[in-house]
Design a protein around this ligand. Structure first.
Ligand SMILES: Cc1cc2nc3c(=O)[nH]c(=O)nc-3n(C[C@H](O)[C@H](O)[C@H](O)COP(=O)(O)OP(=O)(O)OC[C@H]3O[C@@H](n4cnc5c(N)ncnc54)[C@H](O)[C@@H]3O)c2cc1C
Length: 446
């Protein structure tokens, strides 16, 4: 029987981060990570395999990240957790005793019961090298590709596949806009315009009824009777937590299907923690169950779990929801609540927006526009959310906005920000979008 002070199950964003954090906080404890696959993909890089990056082999997390941190790796599948004996049993017959266990088993693609999803060339997005290699081969020569789901996964797949395939690429989205759960209408409209300019057909307010074919997919049937020809279909409609292992060990499962944890990421068993896509989450804003599954959340939770294994050192504030995407050369980034979400949460809010060139003077190389929109609670002036569109710097500007949200800063605090600017790198200090969006909101607050 093997023994480790700390055993982590799962070798992706959450598992790796939990193991490294545990080593940092408890250097005297030995740490073993069990993962079922030989090679681990960078999950967020998966769509880019189909265009910019070119192959799954170029999108891997190197195992050196574990060895460098003295985390032992076991490639095997955990099959059973014996909570009484503090043991994990694996598919290859190993028994591993633990003092503390972290479950980071992640998620699988959501698969609603649509008839025809079992047909050949209908692809859910598994985070698996062999699956993605097969998918890449199968897409070669396809003339009609239908992507089901217009969230960030669907949009990124469409944009990347279009770079490599001579195919008609359509996105079928049942909501009235692509990216609608994360952006307000004007941002979604711009995203859809860019998709169209790139030869992609977004079909919104459109529901898939069934996928049909003769063994292999031939068409996608839409509600209302319309049919789209399709030699391949990619399903990108979200993820469900992988919780079988935890469920079989009688660990409670929460309302969104994740393993129930407290703010320290501890499950009901004091020796077992869970983090990442497999763990239940609550919203930073309401404390209510949150279905968000993001690598940024997974790694933040893993840093909490890893630090708390032998004494509480960190607490989870809940999901803020920070992420970005890019269509062509235009970045879209979001954090916290949109106007629509603020309304749904019952807030009385005001917004402020500012758009300016991202260089000064505008003739500097690399100039493009960037728009920042901020949402503030009307009563307190506290920031609830932000959206950024334009220059690729949006991916970092949104992280500054997220810091403000997490620290509950007000529009006045942000307007008084001392921001670093440079002609070749940012907007002018006079036109700095983030600060000016707050100023615009202050006018609406008073
Ligand atoms: C196409 C795509 C693009 C994405 N892009 C972004 C993005 O841009 N930004 C962002 O923030 N998020 C993004 N996400 C979401 C992000 O990938 C997930 O939130 C993140 O992967 C969660 O990490 P995790 O470690 O919790 O789970 P997972 O990545 O699902 O990893 C789970 C790990 O556990 C292993 N495992 C499971 N069961 C067992 C077992 N019984 N025994 C041993 N090992 C086991 C798995 O093999 C895997 O290694 C994207 C997701 C997808 C699918």
């Amino acid at each position: 029987m093997k023994q480790a002070d700390i055993v982590v199950i799962g070798g992706s964003a959450a598992g790796i981060t939990a193991a490294i954090t545990a080593r940092r906080h408890y250097p005297d404890k030995n740490t073993l990570l069990i993962r079922k696959e030989e090679q681990v993909l960078i999950p967020c890089g998966i769509p880019y395999i189909f265009g910019t990056v070119g192959s799954p082999d170029k999108n891997l997390i190197p195992d050196a990240v574990l060895s460098k941190n003295q985390v032992e790796l076991l490639v095997d599948e955990a099959k059973e957790i014996d909570r009484e004996k503090h043991q994990v049993r694996t598919a290859r017959g190993e028994t591993i005793a633990y003092e503390r266990l972290v479950i980071a088993t992640g998620s699988l693609p959501a698969m609603p019961p649509v008839p025809g999803f079992e047909l050949e060339n209908v692809f859910p997005v598994f985070k698996d090298v062999a699956h993605l290699r097969h998918m890449q081969e199968a897409l070669k020569g396809v003339s009609d590709l239908v992507i089901i789901g217009g969230g960030f996964i669907g949009v990124e797949f469409a944009d990347e596949c279009k770079k490599n395939l001579e195919a008609n690429v359509s996105i079928v989205e049942m909501l009235s806009h692509c990216l609608m759960l994360a952006y307000d209408d004007e941002f979604c409209a711009e995203a859809e315009k860019l998709l169209k300019e790139r030869g992609i057909t977004p079909m919104t307010d459109t529901k898939v009824e069934r996928v049909s074919g003769n063994g292999r997919v031939q068409e996608v049937q839409l509600a209302g009777g319309r049919k789209l020809p399709a030699q391949a279909v990619i399903i990108g409609i979200g993820a469900t937590a992988s919780v079988n292992l935890a469920k079989n060990a009688s660990l409670p499962i929460g309302p969104t299907g994740g393993i129930v944890v407290d703010r320290t990421m501890r499950t009901v068993d004091p020796n077992i923690f869970a983090c990442g896509d497999c763990a239940e989450k609550v919203s930073f804003f309401s404390g209510r169950p949150s279905p968000l599954k993001l690598a940024s959340i997974a790694t933040a939770e893993a840093r909490i779990a890893g630090a708390n294994l032998f004494g509480t050192r960190r607490e989870n504030i809940g999901t803020v929801g920070v992420w970005s995407t890019v269509i062509g050369e235009t970045a879209f980034a979001t954090a916290g609540l949109t106007e629509a979400l603020a309304t749904r949460h019952g807030y009385n809010y005001v917004v402020g927006a500012a758009e300016a060139p991202n260089r000064h003077p505008g003739g500097m190389p690399g100039m493009c526009s960037m728009k920042v929109k901020l949402v503030f609670e009307k009563r307190t002036g506290v920031i609830l959310g932000g959206q950024v569109m334009g220059d690729k710097a949006a991916g970092e500007v949104i992280n500054a906005i997220s810091a403000c949200i997490q620290n509950r800063m007000t529009a006045e605090d942000i307007a008084m920000f001392q921001t670093g600017t440079h002609p070749a790198l940012t907007a002018s200090p006079i036109a700095y979008q983030f600060v000016n969006a707050a100023e615009a909101a202050i006018a609406a607050l008073s």
